[in-house]
Write a protein that binds this ligand. Structure first.
Ligand SMILES: C[S@@+](CC[C@H](N)C(=O)[O-])C[C@H]1O[C@@H](n2cnc3c(N)ncnc32)[C@H](O)[C@@H]1O
Length: 370
């Protein structure tokens, strides 16, 4: 249609006005949105393939082998060839393994360290808490949003009703191990990176409040040989920290102090750390902890906050945004931007705030007592 042709123009206008007629451009853009929504819809299935493949030991077999046949996978998992093939095809489709021919599969080399049990990059310890606890809790997201409160009690057994979220987390030896393994798995590598960036030689004693099995304290003590310190956490955590302390050969410099963040006084130190603690608790309770730290610190002492961070615009990244929902479902707190943490620290009296970033999801905010 020529733009100079008045009949042509009229025709174009008429076509634009007719409901249901779309330009090719608009069609392509809606189709791409549809593909995006479709992949989100399938997202939970992909997570299940990851969790189940790990639980059945399939990925561990792949991580140790050049290639794996259907027959071998079936034998090692005690699952029929037909059914294990379904799982393996699904794992191929999401890039965890690759298929070579009708019978043979392998895992890409860069994926293997993540699935190699007992290897230093093993990622599987992180899955169990998400698969057994977090994923089932997501069915109660509407309730959590409407009530503005956590929902973990819906999956807890009767006796644990009315208890705190951590009473449930630590309600059995198995749950305790799963939770603390995942805390270690999510913390140690990032901590090693972060202690490289913030110079701790000027400090002599680090108390890791709610430090669990010690991922941050141990990383710090390994780097700074002048540093001594303690994990301050609930009594139930002690044997788990004890094991890590021995494994890392730090029995002489590190210790465990049993205590309650809200009830007990903190051991004296010139450096305190809070890893994934402020995101567990309401702003009011978190500020109580920050104030208590400030009161215990000498001048020049510092607090370290280790957390996932929102970007400044607060529309991502996706992991922080999703874990912000998890904080609602499982705990009492939420995630923040760097500036929001700076403001909280400023409100308590801390100064010279700085943010250090790891390549992972846990970053470090430091504030000093002037
Ligand atoms: C989300 S985990 C974080 C663990 C570790 N700091 C990290 O970054 O991986 C929270 C920790 O706070 C501890 N905790 C919970 N309530 C506590 C309380 N009232 N007093 C002391 N520690 C507590 C838990 O035992 C757990 O180790």
């Amino acid at each position: 249609v020529s733009p100079t042709d008045p009949f042509g123009d009229e025709l174009v206008e008429q076509l634009k006005g007719i409901k249901g007629i779309m330009t090719q451009e608009k069609y392509t853009s809606i189709k791409s949105a549809e593909n995006h929504v479709e992949s989100l819809m399938y997202g939970f299935m992909a997570s299940s393939v990851l969790f189940v493949g790990e639980e059945l030991g399939v990925f561990d077999i792949f991580a140790k082998s050049c290639s794996v046949t259907l027959q071998e996978a079936a034998m090692l998992t005690n699952i029929s060839e037909n059914q294990i093939e379904r799982l393996m095809i699904a794992a191929c489709s999401i890039g965890l393994i690759q298929r070579h021919d009708q019978h043979t599969f392998s895992m890409p080399e860069n994926m293997k360290p993540l699935f190699l049990k007992n290897g230093s990059h093993y990622y599987g310890t992180n899955f169990k808490h998400y698969s057994s606890q977090t994923a089932p809790l997501f069915q109660f997201l509407p309730e959590a949003l409407k009530e503005g409160k956590n929902q973990w009690h819906r999956l807890a057994s009767k006796e644990e009703d009315n208890a705190t979220p951590f009473a449930d987390v630590y309600s059995s030896e198995e749950k305790t191990q799963v939770f603390l393994d995942s805390m270690w798995g999510l913390g140690y590598q990032c901590s090693k990176e972060l202690v490289e960036q913030f110079d701790m030689f000027r400090f002599s004693k680090l108390i890791d409040l709610g430090g669990a099995s010690g991922s941050f304290l141990i990383a710090a003590a390994e780097k700074y040989t002048n540093l001594s310190g303690s994990v301050f956490d609930l009594q139930v955590v002690e044997p788990h920290f004890e094991r890590k302390r021995k494994e890392h050969d730090l029995v002489d410099r590190l210790s465990f102090c049993a205590g309650d963040l809200f009830q007990d006084s903190f051991p004296e130190a010139d450096l305190y750390s809070l890893g994934y603690i402020l995101s567990d608790w309401s702003t009011e309770k978190g500020n109580q902890i920050l104030q208590k730290i400030y009161d215990h610190l000498p001048t020049g002492g510092a607090v370290i906050i280790l957390e996932k961070l929102f970007n400044d615009k607060k529309d991502g990244p996706v992991n922080t945004a999703m874990m912000n929902l998890v904080m609602l479902l499982e705990m009492e707190g939420q995630h923040h931007t760097t500036n929001e943490y700076f403001q909280r620290l400023d409100g308590v009296g801390f100064s010279d705030m700085k943010c250090y970033r790891s390549n992972g999801e846990k970053h470090m905010i430091v504030g000093f007592k002037p």
